[in-house]
Design a protein around this ligand. Structure first.
Ligand code: HEC
Ligand code: HEC
Length: 334
């Protein structure tokens, strides 16, 4: 409840309690009554007020969340259907603020395997003991919950056995799956997660196909700073433009995170504890913490670490603070 809301409730209760207060002069002025006191004096009225207020706020929370879920999926489908149309769309804010849907998206058709896939994505019976659904870690939008796991248990970021939840946005465009690139197809990747991580029953071919169809609908939100080929738009910020030059130039990032997908099929040992795939950098601004084990909380620190890795490998120079800011601006805009 807001402070103003609380104050009016207290005030209202106080007014109702006036006769009682008038009789008992030893009580502190009613306007300063604490919530606890108010509850003691008029429990039924407070309960009524709480009851009257509650459904409203629960409803608000639900509606605040739901359209966002659908909007992302719809934006993704729209974008896939017509990249040209997507490019014409008005500027859309980065992933974290994608919520404001102007038009309600059309519901998925029942016959659409992706619709079946969405239902399965939220189905806890895929896990042993109904402990989790895909959406527990990827939300129904397919994005990451920003947590690091061993199995279904959240562990500290940076735990060497931990694996940070990747976003599933754009997953259909990736060539290998899992941080170590252990799965060659989406089917293998999802089957492995159900059987090994969720300890659920062996999924049928149909269930796997439906889940694959659903996650393939989850594309990246439209980007207002960077074009599909990875180059900055004309109206991108100056920092993003300078950052791009460093990305393809002295930073050496483009040798591994190759444009336009920003990933690479091969696996590399960059000194983080083994060989890992070169992950895409699309939407990376909202996928913290970074690296397979979530060892780095800030994107700037992740970018810094990567430049150091490259400089050591190539015996080349390190960035200035201003260059790090620019490169982080570009990477954060992807
Ligand atoms: C307990 C949290 C959790 C649950 C539940 C979960 N995932 Fe994941 N998901 C992860 C983590 C962590 C990874 C990275 C795994 C790795 O590298 O070995 C991942 C990786 C993936 C990948 C590979 C993405 C990539 O870019 O490499 C796909 C696809 C995926 N999950 C889909 C699903 C689906 C579909 C479900 C439900 C059947 C699901 N996940 C359930 C946490 C979870
Ligand atoms: C030699 C190849 C290579 C080069 C060069 C390289 N990277 Fe990476 N990058 C990787 C690999 C491999 C990982 C994943 C390592 C892990 O998960 O432990 C990674 C991870 C990252 C991540 C974390 C992504 C996430 O989702 O958590 C960021 C950010 C990143 N790189 C940015 C950069 C930038 C910026 C540059 C240039 C300064 C760069 N990289 C240069 C191979 C490379």
């Amino acid at each position: 409840m807001s402070f103003t809301g609380l104050r009016s409730v207290v005030l209202c209760l106080g007014l109702l309690a006036l006769p009682a207060l008038a009789a008992d002069k030893s009580t502190a002025p009613y306007l300063h009554a604490t919530e606890g006191r108010a509850v003691e004096r008029k429990p039924t009225l407070l309960q009524m007020l709480v009851a009257a207020l509650k459904p409203k706020s629960v409803h608000a929370a639900e509606t605040a969340h739901r359209p966002r879920v659908r909007h992302v999926a719809t934006a993704a489908r729209k974008r896939k259907a017509s990249p040209a149309a997507a490019a014409m769309e008005p500027a859309v804010a980065p992933p974290t603020t994608v919520g404001a849907a102007a038009t309600p998206p059309a519901p998925l058709s029942e016959a659409d395997p992706a619709a079946k896939g969405l239902a399965l994505f939220n189905d806890v019976s895929l896990s042993d003991g109904g402990k989790a659904s895909c959406a527990t870690c990827h939300f129904s939008t397919g994005h990451t919950n920003n947590k690091t796991y061993v199995g279904l248990d959240v562990v500290a970021d940076g735990d060497p056995n931990g694996r940070n939840t990747p976003t599933l946005w754009g997953v259909g465009e990736r060539s290998v799956f899992g941080w170590a690139g252990q799965a060659a197809t989406l089917e293998d990747s999802i089957r492995g997660i159900i059987v090994n991580r969720m300890k659920g029953p062996e999924p049928s071919k149909e269930k796997l196909a439906a889940l694959v169809a659903y996650v393939r609908t989850l594309n990246y939100p439209a980007n207002w700073q960077v074009k599909d080929d990875g180059t900055p738009r004309d109206d991108a910020s100056a920092a993003v433009k300078r950052g791009y030059e460093l990305y393809i130039g002295d930073g050496g990032c483009g040798t591994c995170h190759v444009l336009p997908s920003f990933d690479k099929k091969s696996r590399d040992d960059i000194g983080t504890g083994g060989k890992f795939k070169v992950p895409t950098l699309h939407a990376v601004a909202s996928t913290a913490p970074y690296f397979h084990d979530g060892r780095t909380a800030s994107l700037r620190d992740a970018v810094k670490l990567m430049w150091e890795v490259y400089a050591k490998k190539m015996d080349s120079r390190l960035p200035t603070d201003a260059e790090l800011d620019d490169l982080t601006a570009y990477v954060g805009a992807l």
